[in-house]
Ligand binder design. Structure first.
Ligand code: XMP
Length: 508
């Protein structure tokens, strides 16, 4: 299958470039910036050089192998990628004077297939320090802005292009069109990346690799593990052994939901481990301590269960996604590690299983689409992310039966009201945080002294940054009055109006 590789120089936008390429039906992979040219196969139809925080003037700059320019493959350099092209092919780059950040008006001054069917002037997003002073021989300037006379350059004959601005971000008008032009007008892409086909390929590959052996999965009910479950059910049928562990820290009705959606799977195992987790968390207040305990107990319970099936199982399936893969193992550059790449994790050595990670080349939005293709109900596909430690980190202080019950009831009301208001899919997450303080209230003509719940609602693209959601007052009012009226033990609701950064999404 045709693919585009993105050489990663550490830009915060590298993954975005990869997603934009895939959205245009061309498969993309992110690779270390110093990939040796012999590893770039015939299936690679084009190379994109990402941006990055470095400078070609750094003592030991991050530079690609120069031979990539001799492969005859179209190349697009974005931001730092443009500076690399200018610097390595004989132009000149000036060290950072003043950083240019924000919108600029781009003016196209020379026809190029890169700008096919795009107006002559439009807004682009700039974010760079260094700038190009002179361009290499055989290159022309194809667009400029007031501050960047070399905002876009090209060597049309060798099909090498450089952009000072970021076509991958939504702030750049016609950014998608520019990427599409690069793929189709310049690199001659055929548009082979179709998720429908990929699902078929995945199922066939899983079936072949598993070859009649058993596959175990820790099914959480979240989007990723649910999609893996749907895939495995299709691919290996009765050789699939999903295990759901009820930690007691999950949403109300979670076990029933698992039964509803996965109850038809012959080997589904539901483990009631509520006591184990509650006992282990007794007296623990520190958030990291809670996470550690929950993680350890989860592994223990899963290990015990999986070892019971040891004779039948050869594979352990996991819902690892491409961003986890990109962000986990270090790539050593010429001078230091800028980022992590490839070969995530590996098996914990006490588990005698091989790892099966069918989603590991996929982004979250693609996983959701695959869920849809597999016929997963929307209720599962659109679910908000839910943290592994569950409500334990949404109870500030000690996790007890009482505090768990309060926070879970509040959660039920919040989700119901947000869904009724049609806001669920706009939000990244919405949940209550139970605070360890009591405040005074009045109910009827009686004084109350009960707990406070904080309502947290955020919008986000990937959870890395987030805005607090501007929920309508009437929705806030309904949530607040229902929580206070329906839950004995809570008499006050406050709304968290902090973004991330500086706050985090969770309170612990
Ligand atoms: P923060 O609070 O760091 O959260 O802004 C970012 C995203 O990560 C989720 N999160 C977790 N998920 N285990 C998880 O599986 C955890 O310990 C954990 N902590 C935070 C959080 O819900 C949000 O989506």
């Amino acid at each position: 299958m045709e693919k585009v590789i993105i050489l990663d120089f550490g830009s915060q936008y590298t993954q975005l470039i990869a997603r934009r390429v895939r959205e245009n039906n061309v498969y993309s992979e992110i690779v270390p910036f110093n990939i040796p040219p012999h590893q770039i196969g015939d299936d690679v139809i084009a190379i994109i050089l990402s941006g990055g925080p470095g400078s070609v003037y750094d003592e030991r700059p991050y530079l690609p192998d120069k031979r990539i320019f001799e492969l005859g493959k179209p190349i697009l350099g974005i931001c730092y990628g443009l500076q690399i092209i200018a610097h390595m092919l004989g132009g000149k780059v000036a060290p950072a004077g003043e950083k240019e950040y924000g919108y600029a008006e781009l003016e196209i001054i020379k026809d190029s297939p890169l700008f096919k069917n795009i107006p002559r002037k439009f807004r682009v997003w700039m974010s760079h320090g260094d700038r190009v002073l002179s361009i290499p021989e055989n290159f022309s300037v194809i667009a400029r802005t007031a501050n960047s006379p070399y905002a876009a350059i090209s060597d049309e004959k060798r099909k090498i292009y450089g952009l000072q601005f970021h076509p991958e971000v939504v702030h750049t008008e016609y950014g998608t069109e520019i990427i599409r032009n690069f793929l189709y007008e310049i690199a001659g892409a055929k548009g082979e990346w179709k998720l429908e086909n990929y699902v078929e390929t995945m199922i066939a590959e899983i079936r072949e690799r598993v070859d009649g052996n058993g596959v175990i999965l820790a099914l959480s009910g979240g989007v990723d593990s649910s999609v893996v479950a749907y895939l495995l059910a299709k691919a290996v049928g009765e050789n699939f052994y999903p295990i759901f562990i009820d930690t007691g820290l999950l949403k109300i009705g979670e076990t029933e939901r698992i039964k509803k959606f996965f109850g038809h799977l012959k080997n589904l195992r539901i483990i009631d481990a509520r006591e184990i987790f509650l006992n282990a968390l007794k007296g623990v207040k520190d958030p990291e301590e809670k996470r550690k305990i929950i993680g350890e107990k989860f592994i223990e319970v899963f290990r015990d269960e999986s070892l019971k099936l040891k004779d039948k199982i050869k594979f352990l399936a996991q819902g690892t996604l491409y961003p986890d893969v990109i962000e986990s193992t270090p790539v050593v550059g010429p001078s230091e590690t800028i980022k992590s790449h490839h070969n995530v994790g590996g098996l914990p050595d006490w588990l005698p299983f091989e790892l099966l990670e069918p989603l590991k080349m996929l982004f979250k939005d693609e996983v959701r689409k695959i869920g849809k293709i597999l016929g997963m109900p929307d209720e599962l596909i659109t679910r908000h992310p839910f943290p592994g430690p569950g409500f334990a980190i949404r109870i500030i202080g000690e996790v007890t039966e009482e505090s768990l019950s309060l926070v879970k009831m509040a959660d039920l009301i919040i989700e119901e009201e947000i869904k009724n208001a049609g806001l669920y899919e706009e939000l990244w997450q919405v949940f209550p945080v139970l605070l360890p303080i009591k405040t005074v209230g009045v109910m009827g003509d009686k004084r109350t002294y009960e707990y406070v719940v904080a309502l947290r609602a955020v919008t986000s693209v990937d959870g890395m940054t987030a805005d607090w959601a501007k929920l309508p007052y009437d929705v806030l009012e309904r949530i607040s009055s229902r929580i206070v009226n329906e839950i004995t033990g809570i008499n006050r609701v406050v709304f968290d109006v902090t973004s991330k950064p500086p706050a985090t999404i969770e309170w612990e």
